[in-house]
Design a protein around this ligand. Structure first.
Ligand code: PLP
Length: 368
């Protein structure tokens, strides 16, 4: 075993942009403004313009972007919010943090996104909002979601944490619902060097409230109109993210190109390949495959120095903390089945052709 191919190589991206990043760090350090200030404002303006919305509000992380959105929209105990069982825990956690109840609807076996045909049946008089998640970097079918939201008067909070730069019918993920939430966790397609997140919206009132909430519910300083949070995007992170935002389209293009290369290589294997809807730009936050014999295959790959990741091993309705919600085994069969079959293989913009060829050859040999 000579090679080691990680799932993601963050150091490669840092090395490639080291000088620019260090210049940005120096500028912030010299400016003397480390919380809020011009670098945060500048990055917020850049994200608003990139996504195509009026407002962007930087916060401490993607989870807080979701949480502050729900808080600003007035979500209360007793409310129900529908989301996916096949996502990172935060998508549902924030609902519980507000004292509301997450309602899980099964997913589509091809895209791993919520099955929109099953949404309406889950809406009750208590439903206040939907949190569609653009999972693995492909936007969910937003049109029927927005129609349901209109019909039942629901908020739509797009969890676009894995999908920055992806599009739905030409519109950027995060720009379609009531608001959109992004994470700049280092492993995301646009990753910082620590935690970070942002809320994007065209809604003036929602923007105003989240700006106040992130600063202890105060505006002006020391005048508190709400119980808020200490949840701000660091100036250092904002300055480094401004540097990296310039490359996001190039990086996403590189992910797409490498995903196509994998698709071509694996088309005659028993692996189930990622499915892309024709009216979307899928930015392959993760390159997800399905295998019947997942455990055996990932052990074989590990022996050959190839990292894999399981997204997600336990659907949210089966998490211990959600036992009280009463979802029985078999209640969301697609999510449960996918949790036993899906896994990610290495994909990142800096993955070299030679390393990718090694991953491809190793997998093809397994099936020979
Ligand atoms: C990463 C992620 C989050 C949370 O973002 P953090 O910045 O880690 O708080 C929320 N939802 C999804 C789908 C994510 O992938």
């Amino acid at each position: 075993m000579s090679r080691e191919i990680p799932l993601l190589d963050l150091k490669a991206q840092y090395q490639a942009h080291k000088q620019e990043l260090h210049n940005a760090i120096d500028e912030v350090m010299e400016s003397g403004q480390y919380i809020m200030g011009p670098y945060v404002k500048n990055f917020e303006d850049e994200i608003a313009s990139y996504v195509g919305v009026k407002h962007a509000i930087g916060v401490a992380n993607g989870t807080d972007a979701l949480l502050l959105s729900l808080d600003a929209l007035g979500i209360e105990p007793g409310d129900e919010i529908i989301t996916s069982p096949f996502t990172f825990f935060a998508s549902a956690e924030v609902i519980s943090q507000m004292g509301a109840t997450p309602v899980f609807v099964d997913i589509d076996a091809q895209t791993y996104n919520l099955d929109v045909s099953k949404l309406e049946a889950a809406i009750t008089p208590r439903t206040r909002a939907l949190i569609p998640v653009h999972i693995f970097g492909q936007p969910i079918n937003m049109e029927p979601i927005m129609q349901l939201a209109e019909k039942y008067n629901l908020y739509v909070i797009e969890d676009a944490c894995q999908a920055i730069g992806s599009t739905y019918k030409g519109k950027q993920a995060g720009s379609i619902g009531t608001c959109g939430c992004f994470s700049f966790f280092p492993t995301k397609n646009l990753g910082g060097y620590g935690d970070g997140g942002i809320i994007v919206t065209d809604d003036d009132e929602l923007a105003r409230k989240t700006r106040i909430l992130r600063f202890h519910g105060s505006s002006p300083k020391y005048y508190h109109s709400m119980i808020g949070y200490n949840s701000r995007l660091d100036a250092l992170q904002a300055a480094m993210l401004s540097v990296k935002l310039k490359s996001i389209d190039t990086w996403n293009d590189a992910r797409i190109e490498k995903a196509m290369r994998y698709n071509e290589a694996f088309k005659n294997t028993p692996l189930v390949l990622p499915f892309k809807e024709s009216d979307r730009r899928h930015v392959y936050h993760l390159y997800i495959l399905q295998a019947d014999n997942r455990q055996d295959l990932i052990e074989y790959l590990a022996k050959h120095g190839i990292a894999t990741g399981i997204y997600y091993p336990v659907p949210l309705h089966q998490q211990e903390v959600y036992k009280h919600l009463g979802y029985e085994l078999g209640s969301l069969p697609v999510a449960e089945r996918m949790a036993e079959r899906t896994f990610a293989i290495p994909l990142y913009p800096e993955l070299t052709d030679s390393d990718q060829d090694y991953v491809i050859d190793t997998i093809l040999k397994y099936y020979k």
